[in-house]
Write a protein that binds this ligand. Structure first.
Ligand SMILES: Nc1nc2c(ncn2[C@@H]2O[C@H](COP(=O)(O)OP(=O)(O)OP(=O)(O)O)[C@@H](O)[C@H]2O)c(=O)[nH]1
Ligand SMILES: [Mg+2]
Length: 514
């Protein structure tokens, strides 16, 4: 294990931040932490060299960083000192997966199970076994049928698993009943995804959003878990008053509920503040009329790799789900000097937990307000069509369904040729690329540039040399078609937005001035 001391510090800090109800983060810490991400202004001046970025897709970045952030099991000491959310996070180690398959083919069921396995592994678990039950609908009491529960009980005992992960969102009663029967912790897909988000969130905003989603989810399940945890952990730690042995009695539950509610309102307030600064930044961008492109798509499709290819951004790329949680915005330029921004975003997944969509609303709004969506699809996935429709579902949830979209089929180097043919037939307008090899990236760049909105007014003007500011504005927010330096100033032909056209009115030479 690497860098143990660093883990302890990180864990301590996290525990502190969550537990003290009176805790308010110093404002400067807040600023510090968010400075690295989503900061269009700070990168605005440093133009990334597109040609220089052609050699890498970002796979080289930050991997160590990410792994050094993995949670250390059992670092917290007193149960009194941790919320149940954190308690839940402590052990997710040796797991058995369970799913109920209600419709679709065997292949679909296998794909869903493979995805659940990937999710579990991304959360840091070792998957011991997977059980699928075909059923017209999940059992109301135990999710899987009672015969299957007995089988699950045996598998858990035989493998020594400490957790069961169910592929769906279970009711509190289902969770409780299953825990009672199999005697280990049972979590559902929603909790699993929340757990991954919790591990991956880096910025203050991301962490706040995840914690809010976790607490909202937990609040509804508090009673069920409280009862179970005491029995379960008490049994495991052989009767002593070990961790959890005290058991959250009614009073403890009440305290927990109050603390959770208090914490939720704190987090909401904090997010509202951050929302304001995000909105200010976006308004600034909109005022400058810099076209924005959002890279969206299924998790692990290669969105960050493409951003790196296109701009040399150096964003974390990892063969893991939800590697990116904090949106990163980079400035870029077309070959005819039009400036635009590219934002890498959180990946989507089938059945994205509702609490998460809500908590990440402001992050997702970033995509909803873009001028163009680059919808990246993993062409090497067994079911790229399923990915496309899952992503479109989330897009319409966040009000982004009607935005212009450029479909990008990525990983063509690894994709099955038949699948690619099927994709070509179904989506003749899509661009086929490989962020890994760079194939198709040139075409993508051109299609992307062509898809950017263009300023609506074309004009000619003669700008005196002392109005370098105006020339600069044309360069930044308009489109320079022609420039010529003369004795009196710079002659330009350009396309600009109406407000800039108004500013240029006095200098126009094409007769429509005034
Ligand atoms: N073979 C192949 N692998 C690729 C390609 N593009 C990306 N990958 C790999 O796919 C994995 C995911 O890439 P990312 O760029 O992190 O994907 P993402 O869409 O940003 O993922 P999240 O942020 O987790 O949602 C990494 O292991 C990449 O190296 C490609 O064109 N071909
Ligand atoms: Mg990413």
């Amino acid at each position: 294990m690497m860098n143990f001391a660093a883990h302890v510090t990180d864990d301590d800090r996290r525990a502190d931040a969550r537990l003290d109800p009176a805790d308010t983060e110093p404002a400067d810490a807040l600023l510090d932490d968010s400075a690295g991400t989503d900061d269009y202004d700070s990168v605005g001046t440093d133009d990334h060299d597109i040609a220089g970025s052609a050699d890498y897709d970002g796979d080289q970045f930050d991997r160590e960083d990410r792994h050094s952030l993995r949670r250390v099991v059992g670092m917290s000491t007193e149960l009194d000192d941790i919320t149940e959310v954190e308690y839940r996070q402590l052990l997710l180690e040796r797991v058995v997966l369970v799913s109920v398959w209600t419709s679709g083919s065997q292949v679909d069921a296998d794909n869903a199970m493979a995805e659940l396995k990937l999710l579990a592994e991304t959360a840091g678990s070792q998957v011991l076994e997977g059980l699928v039950q075909r059923r017209s609908k999940p059992d109301a009491a135990t999710y899987i049928g009672s015969g299957k529960v007995a089988e699950l009980q045996e598998v858990v005992a035989a493998t020594g698993a400490d957790t069961v992960i169910c592929d769906g969102e279970l009711s509190p009663a289902q969770l409780r009943n299953l825990e009672d029967r199999v005697k280990v912790k049972v979590i559902d897909r929603t909790m699993l995804i929340l757990d991954i988000f919790a591990q991956h969130a880096k910025s203050v905003e991301g962490k706040t959003q995840v914690e809010l989603a976790q607490l909202n989810y937990l609040k509804q399940r508090l009673r069920g878990w409280g009862g179970n945890l005491s029995r379960q952990v008490g049994g495991r730690s052989s009767g002593g008053v070990g961790v959890g042995g005290r058991g959250p009695g009614e009073t403890k539950l009440e305290t927990d509920r109050r603390r959770i509610n208090h914490r939720i309102s704190q987090l909401r307030a904090k997010l509202r503040e951050m929302d304001v600064s995000r909105a200010t930044k976006r308004a600034e961008r909109e005022r400058n009329r810099v076209p924005s492109v959002a890279i969206v798509g299924y998790t692990n499709a290669g969105k960050s790799s493409l951003l790196n290819r296109l701009t040399g951004a150096g964003v974390l790329v990892e063969d893991a789900l939800f590697a990116t949680l904090d949106p990163t915005t980079r400035r870029s330029e077309t070959d005819d000097s039009r400036v635009f921004t590219l934002t890498d975003t959180v990946g989507f997944v089938r059945h994205l937990p509702h609490d998460l969509v809500e908590a990440f609303a402001s992050t997702l709004e970033e995509s909803a307000s873009a001028d163009l969506l680059l919808h990246v699809v993993d062409g090497s996935d067994p079911d790229p069509f399923g990915q496309i429709s899952a992503v479109r579902t989330v897009l319409s949830d966040i009000g982004a369904a009607t935005l212009p979209e450029l479909l990008v089929i990525n990983k063509t180097d690894a994709a099955d040729p038949q699948t690619l043919t099927a994709l070509r037939t179904a989506h003749p307008d899509a661009v086929f690329v490989s962020a890994r090899t760079g194939a198709g990236v040139e075409e993508l760049r051109e299609r992307l540039w062509a898809g950017l909105p263009r300023p609506e007014i074309e004009l000619s003007a003669l700008l005196p040399y002392e109005r370098g500011d105006l020339l600069n504005k044309v360069h930044q927010s308009g489109e320079l078609l022609q420039t010529e330096h003369t004795g009196e100033g710079t002659r330009v032909r350009a396309r600009v937005h109406p407000d800039l056209a108004a500013e240029l009115a006095d200098y126009r030479t094409d007769g429509t001035a005034g």
